[in-house]
Design a protein around this ligand. Structure first.
Ligand SMILES: Cc1cc2nc3c(=O)[nH]c(=O)nc-3n(C[C@H](O)[C@H](O)[C@H](O)COP(=O)(O)OP(=O)(O)OC[C@H]3O[C@@H](n4cnc5c(N)ncnc54)[C@H](O)[C@@H]3O)c2cc1C
Length: 496
């Protein structure tokens, strides 16, 4: 029997499993529902466009979002080793120091977390992207940034980002942590249905196949913000009435399980013109033919682009220097009509709200282990998020005028520069999505202790993005891995 079972081999799970093993806490088995990450499209940065919607993506949808036109919004989530970090854009941001200080949880102040970030970065090796598209390089002047400086959520800034890419290949938590520990047992295609118990002690798991696996020291939930609370609820820990409604025996009434779900809401502007960004316009066909040779020969070129090459942080209303929105810049023509293969060229920039106030809820559709959860992101439930996004998009238009795009500058094609004021607000409601950063469903200080143990249980911990009480002000991969690292520190000590 293994000592630890880690449920989910994603960004946090890979770091946690490798670190438990390195610390000699005991033997470790990782159970991952999806397949291996060893596939040419996973390591090729640009290919994330094709991975989304494939069998390596859970491809979930939200419930109809009342304040966003009643739409069901896409929720991509990585379904393979490396998790969402195997289909993401690899943009690397720790977040603001104040994000962690504001969590106000013992052991989670920024100063406590810096060593964990440094240890993760020593392996992930995020560096400023080389070979970025000239449009991405042209972004920096719009906020007066030094062209070579990496943007940061700490102050208004713009430019090419750091990515966890090595020689044009994805360097995920699976590559940098899990695969370096051959002593960690990995089971792919192992989807966990629920936990097994002896009294209050989690002793193992039952897979959806019916197979049961046991752990001597404990079980760690690292299945991500949407799957971890669902597994916990199916195992009898969650809001009692909701569990009873689905015929689940209530082990403990824990109303906060699944609450506090939130993500960065966002909306984008599409720009389109011949000779602008990467695209399928006929003038670029030869470049596309040469792309595989450049990529496999030198690790460069458009196939090595992680799509989000650059970013900006700024104050939506421009009335103080503290950024409250982030913009992701993609130097590709992204079509908005559903036609993936439009013969055009262009670029895309969005705005996402750094510290959203809206909160939703994660619940179960039924008690079956294979069922997708009901994902209510509560988008724009707090109208101030819509206000900030609206102001941010208006300001982004002005800022982009200051970018150094030269002859590649294109006109706004969607929604179109004439769409302003109330019309823009309504466009946001009808088209906004998120940055794919759901967090908060098993928050520190809520159902989970500051040492990541599930309250009132033994041998059960959570280590993934679900424990963030509030989302950080930028992309969430680095903080998720930090949580995996911190989890290993706590669990190695506490399980001993
Ligand atoms: C398309 C996309 C682009 C993104 N871009 C960026 C970016 O550029 N930069 C950035 O910082 N962040 C980005 N993110 C967000 C970032 O990748 C995530 O916040 C981070 O990976 C979350 O880590 P996690 O460990 O909490 O969950 P995940 O990495 O999602 O891991 C959860 C794992 O658990 C597995 N699992 C789920 N259910 C079960 C089950 N029942 N049994 C067994 N296994 C299970 C999943 O298959 C998955 O492997 C992006 C996310 C997406 C989806």
């Amino acid at each position: 029997m293994t000592d630890f079972i880690v449920i989910g081999g994603g960004s946090a799970g890979c770091v946690l499993a490798a670190e438990l093993s390195r610390r000699k806490a005991g033997s470790v088995m990782v159970l991952e529902a999806g397949p291996s990450e060893r596939h040419p499209l996973v390591s090729m940065p640009m290919a994330l466009m094709w991975l989304m919607g494939s069998n390596r993506d859970w491809a979930w949808k939200t419930s109809p979002q009342e304040h966003a036109g009643g739409r069901m919004i896409s929720v991509p989530r990585g379904r393979m080793l490396g998790g969402s970090g195997s289909i993401n854009s690899m943009v690397w941001f720790r977040g603001r120091a104040a994000d962690f200080d504001d969590w106000d949880r013992p052991g989670w102040r920024y100063a406590d977390l810096e060593p964990a970030f440094e240890a993760v970065e020593a392996k992930l090796r995020p560096t400023r992207m080389t070979g970025a598209h000239p449009l991405s390089e042209g972004l920096a002047p719009m906020l007066g940034s030094n062209g070579q400086a990496i943007p940061t959520p700490e102050y208004e800034s713009a430019g090419v980002c750091a990515h966890n890419l090595i020689m044009g290949r994805r360097n995920s938590a699976a590559d940098a942590f899990l695969r370096r520990r051959p002593d960690v047992e990995i089971k792919t295609g192992a989807q966990v249905d629920r936990l097994l118990w002896q009294g209050d002690r989690a002793t193992g798991v039952r897979l959806v196949s019916g197979e049961e696996l046991y752990a001597a020291k404990g079980v760690v939930l690292s299945a991500g913000s949407l799957a971890s609370p669902a597994i916990l609820m199916r195992s009898g820990i969650g809001p009692a009435d909701h569990l009873r409604d689905h015929g689940i025996d209530v082990r403990r009434d824990a109303p906060q399980v699944g609450e506090n779900l939130h993500d960065h809401p966002g909306c984008g502007l599409h720009f389109c013109a011949p000779g602008s960004g990467y695209g399928l316009e006929p003038a670029q066909w030869l470049d596309w033919l040469a792309a595989p040779f450049r990529y496999y020969g030198m690790g460069t070129g458009r196939l090595a682009s992680p799509t989000v090459e650059a970013a900006a942080f700024f104050n939506a209303r421009g009335d103080c220097a503290e950024p409250d929105v982030q913009s992701h810049f993609i130097p590709f023509h992204l079509d908005w009509t559903g036609n993936r293969y439009a013969l055009k060229s262009g670029y895309f920039a969005d705005v996402v709200v750094c510290r959203p106030k809206s909160r939703g809820r994660l619940t179960l559709k039924n008690s079956h282990g294979r069922a997708a959860p009901v994902i209510d992101l509560g988008l724009f439930k707090d109208e101030s998020d819509l206000d900030t996004l609206h102001a941010g998009l208006e300001r982004l238009r002005d800022l982009l005028e200051q970018a150094d795009f030269g002859p590649r500058r294109a006109a706004e094609a969607q929604p179109g520069a004439e769409i302003t004021g109330e019309a823009l607000r309504s466009h946001i409601r009808q088209s906004a999505g998120t940055a794919y950063h759901p967090v908060g469903t098993l928050a520190l200080g809520g159902p989970v202790t500051d040492r990541l143990a599930v309250k009132d249980t033994e041998g059960l911990w959570v280590a993934d993005a679900s424990v963030m009480p509030n989302v950080t002000s930028a992309n969430t991969n680095a903080p998720s891995m930090m949580i995996g690292y911190r989890g290993a520190e706590f669990i190695a000590e506490d399980a001993a």
